[in-house]
Design a protein around this ligand. Sequence first.
Ligand SMILES: Nc1ncnc2c1ncn2[C@@H]1O[C@H](COP(=O)(O)OP(=O)(O)OP(=O)(O)O)[C@@H](O)[C@H]1O
Length: 374
Amino acid sequence: MHTTMTSLLAADTPTVMTPTTSHLTIEAVTKRFGSFTALDGISLTINEGEFVCFLGPSGCGKTTLLRTIAGLAQQTAGTLIQRGEDISSLPPQARDFGIVFQSYALFPNLTVFNNVAYGLRNRRVERSHIHARVNELLALVNLTGSEKKYPAALSGGQQQRVALARALATEPGLLLLDEPLSALDARVRGHLRSQIKALQARLGVTTIMVTHDQEEALTMADRIVVMNHGVIEQVGTPAEIYHQPASAFVASFIGSMNFLEVTAQGDNQALLGTTSCACLSHTLKVGQAAQLAIRPETVALSRQAGALNGEVIGIEFLGPFQRVTLRLTDADQTLIADVPSRDSTDLCLYQGQVLGIHLPAEAARLYPAGSSQQ
Ligand SMILES: Nc1ncnc2c1ncn2[C@@H]1O[C@H](COP(=O)(O)OP(=O)(O)OP(=O)(O)O)[C@@H](O)[C@H]1O
């Protein structure tokens, strides 16, 4: 489904894609470098028009997976199907994608116009057509007027916008973004993040972005693929990944999380010191060492003593909320609670204060002990 840039610019109507149509199916892809396994049987379906982020710590295999999709690395085993075609053994030039790398990778000796026109010239597109298309693309990335400049005369953010225009020039079915924002400073990064997201939604081009920045993934992706040690830990919407982490690794990698050492009990309970705490249903054995994961913003504090209590040992003012560190009175463990600033007035917080702690059962998840290490 190739949408022309002209029609999009003229009508300004977003492309409606059927969300369940597969664009790319990755089946049991393994990649080994010598005896080292960088990707271990990855299977994943990416739908038409979706914005998917591969997220994970350094070395988890996300770039290798992106390079395998592009044909820049050859998988040791497994299959790649793009729009029904087996592309597993095709060279990069025979695959249908545009790519933007972390380092701008523009041709320094070519003007902005010629950088964007590069792929079109290679395809022997007619001159007048190239002219119209490059102008359209530069308008899309807000760089009209920069046609004659050379990359060295542009800021990092502008260079990445040129790289984006160049990647989109041939109207690829798939846009691959390899940490496109990580070389930019925070302000430019935030701005370009929303620009890329808006452009992607407008063009409806299936997009895969590699990032190690959880905020980038949470704000941009329709679905996030969390990777660790060459395997997929979880695939889900940003809300699913944040609120229902499938493993302790995902819980620890995304957002702030308390991990309390507990012992699993029956009937959705866990024993924290000598205090019984309700939690979400779990499959751990009764008596098994476990960790109870709970986000700081879900912990409720009260001036009245409760079943679980803690002494305030740290208060940090963070604008909209205060981050309170407590040492549990019943167990030698600390817990962080993020208290909205307006509620903190009622608590009259001070160091040494003993507060009641409520851990809402619906926000408390049990994982096997020792499984959150990255
Ligand atoms: N050409 C290669 N030869 C040997 N090992 C490699 C090669 N390319 C990648 N690796 C290894 O494979 C693993 C995955 O690398 P990859 O670049 O995919 O990680 P990543 O998740 O993208 O990390 P980063 O964010 O640091 O780029 C790493 O341990 C890396 O050292």
